[in-house]
Write a protein that binds this ligand. Structure first.
Ligand code: NAD
Length: 296
């Protein structure tokens, strides 16, 4: 099977590597020549445009930064839809707004192409290890066609519903994650300020009703979880800038749906302030630094 893989960045490159290792033939396209050279050395074939990559492919996967890139890669003159054969299963794994996912899918449908959305969670570590979660918004037939392919890149492959629902699942989850990290930061900092040992406090929270992933796996307070970014200066996790992007998608989707996301909007502003301070490259759990009286 020959797959066109377009967008070979921090996530796309390790995902493509896993497909090459699994024996798929890949048509590769990215604006970055360096990554193309590296992946062609592993057996991938370099294409000259998204159109060229799609023309000879049995399936197409894209992994791009944001909605504008998805639009251009699919809809431009040299885009995927200009070259693709009708009936070719196609999946966009980028995290974008559900509205754009549905619009581009409609444009694909007009060419006889079934295009679904499958944003991921699990980060660059999960992409390298092949343990990503895929949240798939697609027809039953498209989900069935892609499931064996996705199984080489992920461990948890969930069919969320029709087109756009993968993006909805992703942005709702990250809305909650962004908020819960701030809640845990606030509780840990208050406990510290009032004089409880933060290890004891974390232990209580993690066996009580306040427990959540932000407290028991990724606690922002240094010294609580050895494997969390807080233990290594908030490096090498999920960047605050990416959290800010996802909260922007959630609040914009909410605006279009006339749905209030009050806590999400506050969270977005706190990460925005972090970005303004030049800390957008740190892991998002560094949001706790805004609450701490003394830096250790
Ligand atoms: P990235 O910026 O590292 O990679 C994007 C790649 O797309 C780059 O190689 C870039 O050159 C390429 N690109 C941009 N415009 C292009 C075009 N017109 N044609 C071809 N290639 C083009 O981004 P990433 O970290 O790989 O993230 C990709 C998507 O996955 C984003 O939507 C992101 O929100 C989402 N995501 C990222 C993570 C993470 O931890 N990095 C986790 C989950 C989801």
């Amino acid at each position: 099977m020959r797959i066109a893989f377009i967008g070979l960045g921090n996530m796309g490159a390790p995902m493509a590597r896993n497909l090459l290792k699994a024996g798929y033939q890949l048509n590769l396209f990215d604006l970055n020549q360096g990554v193309l050279a590296e992946l062609s050395a592993m057996g991938g074939q370099i294409s000259t445009s998204p159109k060229d990559a799609a023309a000879t492919a049995d399936a197409v996967i894209t992994m791009l930064p944001a909605a504008a890139h998805v639009r251009s890669v699919y809809l431009n003159e040299d885009g995927v839809l200009a070259g693709i054969r009708a009936g070719t299963p196609t999946l966009d794994c980028s995290t974008i707004d559900p509205q754009t996912a549905r619009q581009v899918s409609e444009a694909a449908k007009a060419k006889g192409v079934d295009l679904g959305d499958a944003p991921v969670s699990g980060g660059t570590g999960g992409a390298a290890a092949g343990t990503l979660t895929f949240m798939v918004g697609a027809s039953d037939a498209l989900f069935t066609a892609f499931k064996p392919v996705l199984a080489h890149m992920g461990r948890n492959i969930v069919h969320c519903g029709g087109v756009g629902t993968g993006q909805i699942a992703k942005i709702c989850n990250n809305l909650l994650l962004g908020i819960s990290m701030i809640g845990v930061s606030e509780a840990m900092a208050l406990g510290d300020a009032l004089g409880i040992d933060t290890q004891v406090l974390a232990g209580i929270i993690n066996s009580s009703t306040g427990r959540c992933w932000s407290s028991d796996t990724y606690n922002p307070w240094p010294g609580v979880i050895d494997t969390a970014p807080a233990a290594r200066g908030y490096t090498g996790g999920f960047g605050a800038e990416l959290m800010l992007k996802d909260l922007g998608l959630a609040t914009e989707a909410a605006r279009q749906a006339h749905q209030p996301v009050i806590m999400g909007a506050v969270a977005q502003q706190l990460y925005q302030a972090m970005s303004l301070r030049g800390e957008g490259g740190k892991d998002f759990s560094a949001i706790v630094e805004g609450y701490r009286r003394r830096m250790e």
